[in-house]
Design a protein around this ligand. Sequence first.
Ligand code: ZN
Length: 319
Amino acid sequence: MRGINGLHHITAIAGPAQENLDFYAGVLGMRLVKKSVNQDDPGTYHLFYADAEGHPGADLTFFPWTELAPPRIGHGLAVEVALEVPAGSLTFWASRLDKYGAPLGAIEQRFDDKVLPVVDPHGLKVALVEPGAVPPRAFTPWDGSPVPHERQVRGLYGAQIWEREAQHTEAFLTKVLGFEQIAVDNGLTRYGVPGAAGIVDVRESPDGRRGAWGVGCVHHLAWRVDDEEHQLEVRARVDTSGLRPTPVIDRFWFKSVYFREPGGVLFELATDGPGFAVDEDAAHLGETLVLPPWLEPARSRIEQVLPPLKSDTEFAARD
Ligand code: ZN
């Protein structure tokens, strides 16, 4: 059985786009690799942050849906995003985040990792992680970042999901998607794919309430597949398992299939290619609004409703 290859991207729901850009590009120093729109709701931005080249597995993306209420945190939701940072960098990060007023927790130990919990400007829980065992990943530092190369966010480390009955999700992760159980620690069961970056920590929350989306929570977790053939293989297993995957949807920078895992968290299967440089010069990723070809005829209407965004130069100047 060919399983998935770890995380491709994570998408979350944000408040105002400018505040989102200021935090992820300005404070965390990630590169805005694509400024586009939600293809199902083109009056909303879709902002993509990653390493300099936008490698699969580096990419945290946001829909700024400012009209939504805060989420109801509960089972059936991914409740935290983990970003990998280099060994020995958490003290730097604690001081930088504190300087910009981000609410920080104390550095804690989870599994073999050192973790700095922080909350983004719109309530999303983010964990900066110095991994005990560094996962293999492609990473290109971003020269335009206000954060020095040796401290930059390496990419997505994983996510935490809450489940009412973890056994159904755990069987699905291992038997259908090809995950292995790695360890259990303090109420979390960790799953990963050998040789790939991107873990998922499962917490069982049998008495809690059902979660619901809102500003400041994860929208979906996207898992990597090599290509369309691999995607169809995994999609067929998801279908056979009794879940309801969508048809393949062309997202232009990759092909996507969506489904809810047995506990309700929205998952996606996303192909590695063609990638973010398919429609922009790699040196100028994210600088202008990019639309997939089928939305180009509506460009002027779309540009009228999107709020203008300023780049993050003030953060570079203040460091
Ligand atoms: Zn996605």
